[in-house]
Ligand binder design. Sequence first.
Ligand SMILES: [Zn+2]
Length: 82
Amino acid sequence: MVPISIEQFVSQYTKNNPSTNKKSFTNKLNESVNSKKFGAVCIQCGNPIWAIGSAVADWNGCFTCITGESDSDDDYEIDDVC
Ligand SMILES: [Zn+2]
């Protein structure tokens, strides 16, 4: 995965999704990053969660279960937990 900082990702995401509340999305992202640091796992398959996807989808999931794809090389993950 491609590492990105929370700030960078939030500004990119809110640019593409202007209706998103920047502050609450940042909080949500911080929460899933912390969950991942403490070993949160995907509720479907038990793999480590994808912090960005879990924040966006609003449930703890890994990349594959959230996107249905196995190739995550071009996708972002927060640098702290990448
Ligand atoms: Zn999964």
